[in-house]
Design a protein around this ligand. Structure first.
Ligand SMILES: Cc1cc2nc3c(=O)[nH]c(=O)nc-3n(C[C@H](O)[C@H](O)[C@H](O)COP(=O)(O)OP(=O)(O)OC[C@H]3O[C@@H](n4cnc5c(N)ncnc54)[C@H](O)[C@@H]3O)c2cc1C
Length: 330
């Protein structure tokens, strides 16, 4: 597929090696095309071109910071669209006491901005990635159990099927645990691109937010430090699903029962920090599949529960589920 025949604002790089863009897997295949989506005067044109791709059934995926993504050794036969964080924008609306935030704003930048204004988004402290992805994946991490859905008031998306910008209504079925209507819709074909979000929280004053922020960052420090130092996935297995059943995180299970862990050619759960999933330079998808099968079986045997995958697995033909990944690599 020659993506340069479409009218993108900049060149699409063909045969791009995705290892360059993978924060935690050391080895990944090529994308047929790689494109940087910028939040500037070229955005509207590029969204219309992506809409052409949608209508013509040409596969594309839009990613933010790529911290919730597993790319296989096969790479991706489609256009890998990399949303850039430059020109991000946060505007405070005095009338509604809410924040209008472009999807390419980092969660880190947003929490710092709102903290200085005294609004309480400390629950988001330490969640990596961009705001758009946080909304799509309904990210969350706190002892209070709050997630993005607790703060989202409005979502503006580009609808590739209709080729227009629309506001989505977030009724009570829009979000569920670590997912959303948008995430589910985009699985097979990317229908919606989040452009902008309105987020609202209580005013409690800067000092009160900072206190919560510091406490949360203190708790998260070792996990985040090793997460980025070792290049690990924050959430291969969803704690949000595990905790209500066992009242324990996946890390706690690894500590209680070290036999849950294994090491297949570098595919393992790190002994450090949040004990997150890591790979080595020569780890293949087959090694990863062996680790996943081992872990799933051990947790089922010891605790009687099924683990839930949280990362998106991107294979040559697009997003695949865990069962397909294991079947293809056994
Ligand atoms: C060390 C570490 C700690 C973590 N801690 C947490 C945590 O506490 N809580 C938590 O929930 N997660 C956590 N994660 C997982 C991950 O950081 C979050 O899911 C985060 O929200 C992903 O953001 P991202 O920009 O990296 O998204 P990406 O990985 O780039 O994308 C994730 C998904 O969102 C979609 N997407 C991204 N932007 C858009 C958009 N604008 N429009 C439509 N779809 C879009 C992508 O297609 C993809 O399906 C952690 C990860 C790591 C590595």
């Amino acid at each position: 597929m020659d993506f340069n025949k479409y009218n993108f604002s900049r060149n699409v790089i063909l045969g791009y090696n995705l290892s360059n863009k993978h924060p935690f897997k050391k080895r990944a295949g090529n994308a047929t095309g790689y494109y940087e989506l910028k939040f500037d005067e070229t955005l509207e044109n590029d969204l219309k071109v992506l809409s052409d791709l949608y209508i013509n059934d040409v596969s594309f995926k839009i990613l933010g910071s790529k911290t919730n993504l597993y790319i296989t050794d096969n790479g991706y036969d489609g256009l890998f669209v990399d949303m850039r964080p430059q020109n991000s924008r946060i505007v405070f609306d005095d009338n509604t006491q809410s924040f209008i935030v472009s999807a390419n704003t980092s969660v880190y930048e947003f929490v710092n901005f709102t903290m200085k204004k005294g609004y309480d988004f400390a629950e988001f402290a330490g969640i990596p990635g961009l705001i758009g992805a946080g909304v799509v994946g309904n990210a969350g991490y706190t002892p209070s159990g709050k997630e993005f859905s607790d703060f989202v008031k409005e979502i503006t998306v580009f609808d590739f099927e209709k080729c227009e910008t629309v506001k989505l209504v977030t009724d009570k079925n829009f979000f569920s645990l670590r997912t959303s209507f948008i995430k589910n819709c985009n699985k097979i074909k990317t229908r919606y691109f989040v452009k902008e979000v309105v987020l609202k929280s209580d005013f409690v004053g800067e000092d009160a937010v900072r206190e919560k922020f510091d406490a949360q960052m203190e708790r998260r420090k070792p996990g985040l430090y090793y997460g980025f130092k070792e290049g690990s996935a924050g959430s291969v297995w969803s704690n949000a699903h595990l905790k209500p059943i066992l009242k324990k995180s996946f890390r706690k299970l690894l500590i209680e029962n070290p036999s849950i862990n294994a090491n297949f050619n570098g595919a393992t759960f790190s002994p450090n920090g949040g004990m997150q999933f890591i790979t080595g330079p020569n780890t293949t998808d087959k090694d990863v599949a062996k680790l996943f099968v081992h872990t799933l079986n051990k947790v089922k045997e010891l605790y009687g529960v099924d683990l839930h995958k949280e990362v998106m697995i991107l294979d040559s033909d697009g997003e695949i589920d865990l069962e397909t990944f294991i079947k293809r690599n056994s």
